[in-house]
Ligand binder design. Sequence first.
Ligand code: DCS
Length: 601
Amino acid sequence: MQNSYKKVAGKHPFLNITATNNNGKNSKRLSKLVTYSPPYSFSSISASFTHFSRQRPSGLLPFSSIYKSSIIDNNNNINTNSIKNTNIYSRFRFMFYYTASSSEDGSGNGSGKEERKSGKILTIDNINPHVKKVEYAVRGELAIRADSISYELLEPCSKYTFKKIVHCNIGNPQQLGQKPITFFRQVVSLTQYPYLLLPENRSKLVTLYPTDAIERAQTLLENIGSVGAYSHSQGIQHIRKNVAKFIEERDGYPSDPNLIFLTQGASSGVQNMLQIITEHPNVGIMIPIPQYPLYSASISLYNARPVHYYLNEEQDWSLDIREITSSVSKARKNGIDVRALVIINPGNPTGQCLPLENMRDIIDFCHRERIILLADEVYQTNIYQPETRPFHSFKKVLRSMGDAYKNFELVSFHSISKGMIGECGQRGGYFELTGIDAKVAEQLYKVASVDLCPNVIGQIMVDLMVNPPKLGEPSYEQYKKEITAIYESLRRRSQKLAVCFNELEGVTCTNAQGSMYCFPTIRLPEKLIKAALTAEKQPDEFYCLAMLEATGVCVVPGNGFGQKPGTWHFRSTFLPSEELFDEFCDGIRKFHREFFEKYRD
Ligand code: DCS
């Protein structure tokens, strides 16, 4: 195979690539817009660049960013995704660092070399290139470093001043001590061990379990059989009926259990949908920036094209219809076949909750542009300003818009991982199809059946989420008390964290209207940015790594979600338990003060 490298970037008039090696003899200085040929085969490439945004006087006040990307797919294309994303800005200076691997033998075949070296048939050079493109920051470098620190903390004389890692990088409430909802676990435990339900055990059982938990477990088992058996691939029909009932009660419009798919968390539903939408590599999926990286990662995996639209940070991360309109028209002008729009409402990582009027405009936009709406509504009960920003489902808003929209194509996702339930590890969720062609739904069923079925305990959790104890039933009071306590505490913590961040020098944070995260913007001193560049880190990553090393708090740098070039953010959950919250905030304050002192311009 001829091992030639395509141009690193298009003919952008201001693009100037001055790549240098950082790794000794197997490296090469890249110059601009050239084709690279053997003997070099690059195993990785990272690019740093300084750009000058349109708003700035040209040549002055550089913002600095570093982009990293792995390169080389099977066709030897260098991955330039991160570069393309910056095209809207007027001037760039790129600096590439690469580490060169092998091919000095002139074979021109990196994978062959790798194969000879390791003796493996499957090597990093010959796996699916789309897998290599996937980036998932929530479990990225910071999380990996956090894991290794947590091992170091087990050593008798660890160098750290903190005792444990606080995992604020992931919306995983029970990892940070949130208690499961009692009724849910009671029911699940009985379905796992039906022996307890036998008549001879009843007298003992009623001393341990409330009668409604016993009845619910019995009903479920009557409909399921054994939780150890595969279920219907689309999910247990009895549970899908309960989901449909829940949707009808929530929205006031009919819902059909046959159009509901139970899933392993919302993630697998989202992935199935993206997979089915991606007809060819030029299919575009519109995703917000910032976004939850499930979307960018899956789009890479299925070899589709992300079409970004920016949320408006100045107005509480609102969604401006003009922005999505210009984004779709730009993409279509570039030949991208835009098919779907992802809306995360309430937002992750941005926490905004869309107002009704805005949602109508979004539906109208999709209708006009012939775009399917994928509504990620996993945070629908994490609403902290319910009077001014209540949650509305897209299904309800769509139906309220009348017959003109009756064929509108919408897919709505929900999950047991979020809300007050936080049963992330049980992997349950569902999606509802609205207006999707029956033949497409059949194909979705086929895709679901390749996985046989979503796990049955996750499905039971979905049943409990959509059909919790009702007023007058034995478990209601306790259920209500538990849910309310978690909700009120989350709301308090969301406000506390925003206050804490807003007190930090150079940091601005909007109050979360919903979800589980704060996403503050942070204006970093130039000195700090330079230090980050020297360390070959993106500045926000550099800041977050330092925070982790100093405090044990693991957050996610904004670049993992996407952010406007030249701006820096990080995402933190407000899930640490309330008793520890002040201490947690104090730790961040102290770190930030000292870090900024060190790098003050
Ligand atoms: N959609 C959004 C917006 C999410 O935030 C998440 C999880 C999911 C879907 C998928 O969740 P499940 O598959 O568990 O239903 N949020 C991740 C995050 O940002 N932190 O934790 C997980």
